[in-house]
Write a protein that binds this ligand. Structure first.
Ligand SMILES: [Zn+2]
Length: 193
């Protein structure tokens, strides 16, 4: 504790969005506008903000292990998502997880929803399929598999940090449905403009 205070004095914690002094996200950087809704083929996805500026910087801080930033986002998400759904985080690849030692999206999910998290999705292949032959491409088509406890018709909300085309969320939704989860909704921290 004394060491923590000393470190905070010498290296004061900074906002994960703009680097002003203060932990988590400062009032300017916390996404606080209305949610942004997008329609994907089988999902409605809602975002706390646009992937730009301070929010983009904050997501990078989260990926680099800033737990205080994860807490700030978790608090925002908790206020928006109904408590009777199961939160399923979109996983990063195993390699990236090993390299970073943790998964930022799963951390946010656990801070926000505690025991209502089911981290049953596993990413079995990376996103890039460049340079593979046709046959290999067919095999890697299924990017996610379900390794969690059975969902037995439970209502699921998918969680991810950023949505771009939505292909990843749709792939996850298909896998969740294959595991008998009911999913029509996803939440992300930010969406591309
Ligand atoms: Zn800030």
């Amino acid at each position: 504790m004394a060491l923590r205070m000393l470190l905070d004095f010498v290296f004061p914690p900074q906002c994960g969005g703009c680097e002003r002094i203060g932990s988590g996200l400062c009032n300017t950087c916390l996404p606080r506008g209305p949610q942004i809704d997008r329609k994907l083929p089988t999902l409605k996805v809602s975002a706390l903000g646009i992937y730009d500026g301070a929010v983009r910087h904050a997501i990078l801080s989260l990926k680099n292990g800033r737990r205080d930033v994860a807490e700030a986002f978790a608090e925002r998400l908790r206020a928006r998502i109904s408590a009777n759904a199961i939160a399923v985080p979109v996983p990063t690849t195993a390699a990236r997880r090993r390299q970073r030692g943790f998964d930022g999206c799963e951390l946010v999910a656990r801070l926000a929803f505690g025991s209502h998290v089911n981290a049953g999705l596993v990413q079995v292949r990376g996103e890039t399929q460049r340079g593979r032959g046709r046959e290999a491409r067919l095999i890697v088509r299924q990017r996610f598999i379900w390794r969690g406890p059975p969902l037995n018709g439970a209502r699921v909300v998918l969680l991810d940090d950023v949505v771009t085309t939505g292909a990843t969320l749709e792939a996850c939704a298909a896998t969740v449905r294959g595991a008998e989860g009911v999913v029509s909704e996803a939440w992300v921290i930010a969406t591309v403009p």
